[in-house]
Structure formats: structure tokens, C-alpha cells
Design a protein around this ligand. Sequence first.
Ligand code: DCP
Ligand code: MG
Length: 369
Amino acid sequence: MQDAVRAILHIDLDAFYASIEQRDHPEYRGKPVIVGGSPDRRGVVATASYEARKFGVHSAMPSRTALRLCPSAIFLPARFEVYRAVSRQIMSIFHQHTRLVEPLSLDEAYLDVSESVQDLTEAVKIAADIKQQIQDQTQLTASAGVSYCKFLAKIASDRNKPDGLTVITQQEAASFLDALPIEKFFGVGKVTAARLKSMGIYSGADLKWLGERNLRELLGKHGAQLYHYACGEDNRAVEPLRVRKSVGKEVTLEHDISDRSEMEHILAKLAAQVEHRLVELGLAGKTLTLKVRWSNFDLVTRAVSKAQGFQQTEEMLPVLYSQLSRLVDGKQAVRLLGVIVSNLFSQDVMARERRIVTPSLWPGEIAQE
Ligand code: DCP
Ligand code: MG
């Protein structure tokens, strides 16, 4: 008997926040829309419509830079309540097709449809049906990737955005992965990419050539995993019941640093990213943890808890800075910094929305140079 096929879908909505704004405000359709913080208040871009992306605008860019690149952009504050409601709609569509749904963020999930199909062609049909349902019920477009594993399904959904539907079969995987730039591999950030490139490793084919043992020596367990991805091997299961326990961000620095004000600057950026994610999910957390890895790889963490919880950057920073001042003596160098909020709980909606709207432009307000 033939082995049962694995059929994994990755579905990701296109320019999610911005498309919702264009849907709800027809006058913004076909125009460059940027959702995020205001350019005159050191905000960052959450996302940009495809019209704005043509100017080079992208997520996480300072809004001020975005305004310079695209002076005609329409800047809007995020309406998380609306985005969460749409997210519930699309997740419920996914659940009509399989119980194996693993959400990755508000607009993105893996689905394992292996039980309902004989081959990937049938899985493509399901992906097309889901895209149509999303269109009918939310008037939004999604891009779908179909493959035999999570890694390739995710890469596939990114291939033909927006409104894409891409399949990568087992037969196509090898040539596809060989040509894939290392940055596209799961878990390869800027630092790892730079390190690999300095050794002449640019693509999946190069990773394979380097071999499992070398990659493990270079990058530890993650290196071995990378090798297997490059060979098209990814057995990770779609995990529907992943309960989120924490929201955290960390960064491995390009160069070790020992200057405390530089560390504070990085912590402020990380805290802002954690705040963003917490707000998006409608969560706060009672425990705030500072994570520091010294240049000799020793790891220290310092956790502080408070009953009201942490969500906003300004609530986190005094705690992070005071913990940092106790750890750092100006001599030891740091290679990684992280900020984690755990012991999560759901926040009062109204109180939260008021705080989010304050630092942004009001809906409809148009930023001009
Ligand atoms: N988001 C954010 N900050 C980031 C990245 C994303 O606030 N640095 C938010 C805004 C996005 C949403 O999460 O609309 C979904 O993220 P995606 O990475 O899926 O980006 P988009 O859906 O906006 O665009 P794409 O068409 O590339 O998926
Ligand atoms: Mg998306």
C-alpha cells in the first residue's frame, strides 16, 4: 500500500490590516495606505497596502521613513478590535475543513488536510475553496501555499502574493530548495545569514553542500535542522492546541556591546515590539522578564511580576532598565538581549483601545509632507 500523503496548507491574508481599512473605506482603495504609528511621533509601520509597497514601504519601518518614501500615503491607526473579529471569521472558515489548524498570528495559519485528500491536487482544491470563502465572507484576499510539509507550504504561500495559490510537490521541492536564498529558511535571521554568507553559503544548495555535521558545529541544533530543511525534510506536525504562554522578542547583536545606554536603546525597541504583539492579541502579562546572554554565552534572566500586568512599553522600560543596571557593570559584553511578558491574561477592551488610539493619527486623517 502506498504511504498516505501529507498535505499541509499555509494561508496568509494579503496586507491584512491595510486591506481591511481599504475594504471599510472605499475611498482608500487603489491608494497607498499605511497602518501604524504616526510619522511625527516616532511610530512604526504595522503594514502597508500593496500600492504603498511599490514605494519601498514595509512593516516595521519607521513611519517617518515611510512618509519620505511615499509622501502621498494615507496613514491610519490600527483598529485591532476589527482585525481580531476578521481573524475569528477566517479561523472559523479554516476549522470547517480540518480540526488541525495552527494559527501563527491573526491572519495566518497552517492547516493539515491530509485526512481529507488523496494527493496534493485535491489539497489545492481545498485551498482554492478556502480562498473563495474568505473572499465571500470578508471581502479580503488571501494567499495559500500547498505542500507536503510546513516549511514548504509557508514558502509557497509567499511566492505569488497577493491572491496567490502555489503548490510545491515532492518532485519540485529539490530544485526549489536548491535555489532558495538562505534568508528564506525558517530561523535564519540577519546575523546567521551574514555568518553563512561570509563563508560563501548563499542558497539551499550551499547548505546541503556544507553538510549536516558542519552546520551543527556552526549553529548547534538549529544548524542540523537547517540542513534537513534544505533537503526538504520537515516532519513538524501542525499543532492545533498551542496555547500561548508568553510574548517575547529577542535579538542577537551583530557585535557584542558593553555600553549600557546602547543596551537600553535596544531594549526599548524590543519592548515596543512586544507591546505591539500584546496589543494585537488583546493580552497583557503579569511577569516581565529581561533576558541577557553574555559574550561568553552565559545566560541570565531577571523576572519581575506585578498584579496589574505589563503591556505598554512605558510600563516595561523602568523595570527593564533597573534590572539591567544591576546586571551590567560596563565591563562584560552582551551578545543577546530579550524581553518576555508571560503569565498572560486578556485585557479590558475599552481601556486598551483608548490607549492605542492616543499615539496615532485619527481615522481618516491624512499625513502630508
Ligand atoms: N504586523 C505588524 N508588524 C509587523 C508585521 C506584521 O503589526 N512587523 C501586522 C500587520 C499585518 C499583520 O500583522 O497586516 C499580518 O502580518 P503579515 O506579515 O502577514 O503581513 P501582511 O498581511 O500585512 O502582508 P502580506 O501580504 O505580506 O502577508
Ligand atoms: Mg499576511
